[in-house]
Design a protein around this ligand. Structure first.
Ligand code: FAD
Length: 502
């Protein structure tokens, strides 16, 4: 007979930990079970060759006093526990195009965002203003993003708006249209599928205020684990859930790979809904539902080159860089041809001393299939090892291609690198537990918005979903998901009131 809890949470990603913190603070005894030795999922950070690298979260929006994420984090006492630094208000992202050699800056606050872009596109000021107004209006109609309760049906008319079409409708210059879509790597932008609301909710949170975690995103996970412990709960590492036991239609306990049992009154899953359903091995779920959830498309995976620079060798870049070889291909990055890869990259640089950079991560989309030959191997970057013949060679081949592309844009980059290592789609699959190393979980599709919508409640009354697949990915999206999930147990109005007024 194992331990018993009020709430057993599967997965210690941001969603699982936030639910653990919120419910712990409200008197529930929670256990968060994590399969990996390190907690946090996409919030994990690790050091290698003196560099500190984030697995997922490179920057966060909405953390200024009074803003939504600030209020959620404050409610849990996180703002005093994490070290964050604001990006320069003059610019947080640079959108760079190889074909024209030009670059454009996104600045913080709507006023500066508009002014900065209007300097490059003076005839389009009105269009940029209208675009920003529309982004803000749309965000206002998503009540939970403003910590208000509301009816899901109120926003139905916005779910099928296509991001590319909407952005293009505000401004005439095709180059500016591409600039406005420039950081669509933040949601694995697809010209055909990406909904405008995803674009708007993400961009809005960054225009409001942009922050990086000094000391890595993992400090958010650590702080949340502390909150859970202080409320009498537990975060248990190396506890891979292999089965959710269902009895007379209710979840009763979970079993782990090492044969431990955790009983609970309520269960929350922070892992992919398809993986959760598989863990139940239950026929409670209708076949059509299982088929729908299992067949949902997931966002593409990623290949990352992480580098540590020699001291004082590469100048600091105080913005995130989104580079596209051809501006016109801004919406087709996920449909790359293998022979042309990589054409685009995102570059995140950390500060060193005296105006120089310390380390950097270069991120390029990659299909899981490229590394599928090694799919039956399991490894993680914090337990480096071999996946078998050819794996490291393929990673090296990819790294050299990335170096070449980055070097074209930043001459001297390669020579400044002291050491480097790479993460493949398999690393992501094993590190975060996402299907096929998917970047952001379920691919939202404006053509079938309800098909890609996953509610928190499941057919099993005491089993709830949370995390990036529920609502929206990213720190902000997952934080709102955790409110939706915990609201099912605590009452959404009660919880929102607490968060707003705490
Ligand atoms: C490369 C990359 C860059 C990103 N950049 C940003 C950014 O700059 N800003 C931003 O806001 N967002 C960013 N994101 C998105 C953001 O990190 C995620 O949306 C968010 O952290 C997901 O949290 P989650 O709780 O839903 O899931 P996850 O982080 O995926 O956590 C799920 C957890 O469940 C565990 N697990 C899986 N199966 C089991 C099991 N059977 N038993 C026990 N545990 C299990 C996993 O190990 C994992 O710890 C990025 C993501 C990636 C991948």
């Amino acid at each position: 007979m194992g331990e018993s809890f009020d709430v057993v949470i599967i997965g210690s990603g941001l969603g699982g930990l936030l639910c653990g913190g919120i419910l712990g603070k409200n008197g529930y005894k929670v256990a968060v079970l994590e399969k990996n030795p390190q907690i946090g999922g996409c919030l994990q950070s690790y050091t290698r060759d003196g560099g500190l690298f984030d697995t997922g979260v490179h920057y966060i929006g909405g953390l200024e006093k009074g803003q939504t994420l600030y209020k959620i984090f404050s409610y849990l006492g996180l703002m005093e526990r994490i070290r964050i630094k604001r990006f320069d208000t003059e610019g947080f992202d640079v959108i760079k195009f190889g074909d024209s050699g030009k670059e454009y800056i996104y600045a913080q606050t709507y006023e500066k965002f508009i002014d900065t872009l209007a300097q490059s596109f003076p005839d389009e000021r009105e269009g940029i203003e209208n675009y920003c107004r529309s982004v803000k209006q749309l965000c206002d109609r998503f009540p939970l993003y403003n910590l208000r309760n509301g009816d899901f049906m109120d926003k139905m008319d916005m779910l099928d708006m296509n991001a590319r079409e909407m952005i293009n409708s505000f401004v005439k210059d095709p180059l500016l249209q591409n600039v406005l879509a420039g950081n669509n790597c933040l949601y694995a932008g697809s010209g055909e599928k990406s909904p405008f609301y995803i674009h708007a909710l993400i961009l809005n949170s960054y225009i409001e205020s942009v922050w990086r975690c000094e000391g890595g995103g993992s400090q958010i996970a650590t702080a949340l684990a502390d909150v859970i412990a202080e409320t009498g709960g537990k975060v248990i590492r190396r506890a891979e859930v292999t089965r959710i036991i269902i009895n007379e239609g209710f979840a009763t306990k979970v079993l782990t790979k090492d044969k431990r049992e955790f009983a609970g009154k309520q269960f929350i899953s922070d892992i992919h809904p398809a993986a959760t359903i598989a863990l139940t091995q239950s026929d409670v779920f209708r076949k059509a539902y299982v088929k729908r959830i299992t067949n949902l498309e997931n966002t593409i995976s990623v290949f990352i080159l992480n580098v540590v620079f020699r001291d004082a060798s590469f100048p600091r870049i105080n913005k995130n860089v989104y580079y596209y070889s051809k501006a016109e291909n801004i919406w087709s990055g996920t449909d790359y041809k293998m022979e042309d890869w990589p054409e685009n990259f995102a570059l995140f640089v950390t500060d060193g001393k005296d105006g120089f950079a310390h380390s950097a991560s270069v991120m390029c989309y990659m299909n899981y299939s490229e590394f599928e030959p090694w799919a039956d191997t399991n490894n993680t970057v914090y337990q480096p090892g071999e996946r078998g013949p050819g794996y490291n060679e393929l990673k090296e081949e990819k790294a050299l291609k990335i170096f070449k592309l980055v070097e074209n844009q930043y001459p001297g980059f390669r020579a400044a690198v002291e050491s480097y290592h790479t993460l493949s789609p398999l690393t992501y699959r094993d590190y975060t537990g996402t299907p096929n190393g998917s970047l952001y979980g379920i691919q939202r599709d404006c053509n079938e918005p309800l098909k890609t919508f996953v509610p928190a409640r499941t057919k099993i009354p005491n089993l709830l979903f949370t995390g990036q697949n529920l609502n929206l990915h990213g720190v902000m999206g997952v934080a709102v998901s955790s409110i939706i999930t915990c609201g099912e147990l605590l009452g959404i109005d009660y919880l929102l009131e607490k968060i707003r007024n705490d």
